[in-house]
Design a protein around this ligand. Structure first.
Ligand code: AMP
Length: 413
């Protein structure tokens, strides 16, 4: 016999037990975001490669090493989406959403793909929930976005979470800062890791993310972008902090916070959870005031975030919810067709109902009813009326088949 197949490295199946826990997260996000005026958007799982090359940035790890890119049969270069913001800006421009009242608030959820080294909490296909508010540079938007992710994390009951907050300023002040930083790195180049040295001209800010001891020492002495913000960016950052304070959000200002995507301007933030180990980021985002224009739209400021569903699940560590159903029908062999007719009628009336489909004995069926967490079992015997057993009280009564749906419907709240 052949060994059979396994999922590709860095991917996994979502079984029914997992999907119940994932659904809880999605329902909470959907509720929270739609209350805040975010509309759900779904974009394709693949896009033109150029969208990410231009949107996410040629110098980023994602574009350099992590994209699943291939030529389709028409010779076009296609990439499985590694992130959601560039596709949403593409959709915003493509559908002329700049003509709608601004800001346009959108949320999404779905699979994303990055060719990363798999480990706990890091996969090659993972799911994100994300939110983008496009069309205003007000710090109110930044604050609202952060508050929504803060509230989602709180509603899910995740503890041990820290919010780090920074600002990358505007492209002009960042360009000047990058030169200053590259200068600092240049002066200490022999103390840096090879990787940082090779890329310090292209992307010096990434050196803040390095685990290399020598690099860390050099970076501890480096100037930070926060110290180099121009007056307007500094004012924007102060306003945001004030709004977060007023709404009970606690955070740590971190001048070394850099994120792996090039499009950020001004606000950047990241939520980490100490229950997660090395891959501690559960969600993050920031402002990207230049991206819509860079992708061919009008100059449009925007802010957004994405949170990883698998990371939220690990942080949550909640047990699988216990099975609960309304009815399980137990039937002796000759009564199985009648059992199917009854569950069909009950399901049509909106109840969750099931029957034994494996030819189990009476005892086996009883066990199955238990496993299903059935509130009632029905016992069918040839030539006898149906017996309804309340699984909590043990009480039994006879009910005519045509009255079952009415009798068994839970009292409406
Ligand atoms: P990013 O798009 O890199 O800002 O990531 C946003 C969030 O997505 C992170 O905070 C993680 O929760 C999640 N995430 C990113 N990459 C992965 C991955 N390879 N596997 C699982 N989750 C991920």
């Amino acid at each position: 016999m052949s060994r059979g197949f396994q999922v590709p490295r860095g991917t996994f199946d979502i079984t029914p037990a997992d999907s119940a826990r994932r659904a809880r997260i999605l329902e909470a996000a959907s509720r929270l975001l739609s209350r805040a005026g975010y509309g759900r958007i779904e974009t394709p799982a693949f896009e033109d490669t150029e969208l990410f090359a231009r949107g996410v940035g040629q110098a980023t790890e994602i574009v350099r090493k992590e994209m699943f890119t291939f030529a389709d049969h028409g010779g076009r270069s296609i990439t499985l989406r590694p992130e959601g913001t560039a596709p949403i800006c593409r959709a915003y421009v493509e559908h002329g959403m700049h003509k709608l009242p601004q800001p346009v608030k959108l949320w999404y959820s779905g699979p994303f793909f990055r060719y990363e080294a798999p480990q706990a909490g890091r996969y090659r296909q993972f799911a994100q929930i994300g939110a983008e508010a496009i069309g205003s540079d007000s710090p109110l938007l930044d604050a609202e976005a952060i508050l929504l992710l803060w509230d989602l994390i709180a509603e899910l009951g995740i503890d041990g979470v820290e919010l780090r907050l920074g600002s990358l300023g505007s492209p002009a002040s960042r360009a000047a800062y990058r030169e200053e930083l590259a200068d600092h790195l240049g002066k200490h180049s022999e103390e840096l890791s090879k990787d940082v040295r090779d890329r310090m001209a292209e992307n010096p800010l990434r050196a803040f993310d390095s685990d290399h001891e020598g690099t860390k020492r050099v970076m501890a002495q480096a100037p930070t972008m926060l110290e180099r913000l121009d007056a307007q960016d500094a004012e924007h950052f102060e306003a945001l902090k004030g709004l977060l304070d007023e709404n009970g959000v606690t955070y740590r200002v971190d001048g070394t916070l850099v994120r792996g995507l090039d499009y950020y301007t001004r606000t950047v933030f990241e939520f980490t959870c100490d229950r997660l180990g090395a891959q501690s980021g559960i969600g993050g985002g920031g402002r990207y005031d230049g991206l819509v224009e860079q992708l061919g739209g009008p100059a449009t400021p925007a802010v957004g975030w994405a949170a990883g569903i698998e990371r939220l699940l690990i942080a949550l560590d909640a047990p699988e919810p216990e099975a609960q159903s309304d009815v399980f029908v137990m039937a002796e062999d000759s009564e199985r067709p009648r059992a199917l007719a009854i569950v069909t009628r009950l399901r049509r009336a909106g109840l969750s109902a099931d029957l034994d489909l494996a030819g189990r004995s009476r005892k086996g069926q009883m066990k199955q009813a238990d496993r299903r967490g059935a509130r009632h079992t029905l016992i069918l015997q040839a030539g006898e009326p149906t017996i309804v057993r309340d699984m909590n009280s043990g009480e039994q009564r006879e009910v005519a088949d045509e009255h079952l749906a009415d009798e068994l419907s839970p009292p409406s709240a």
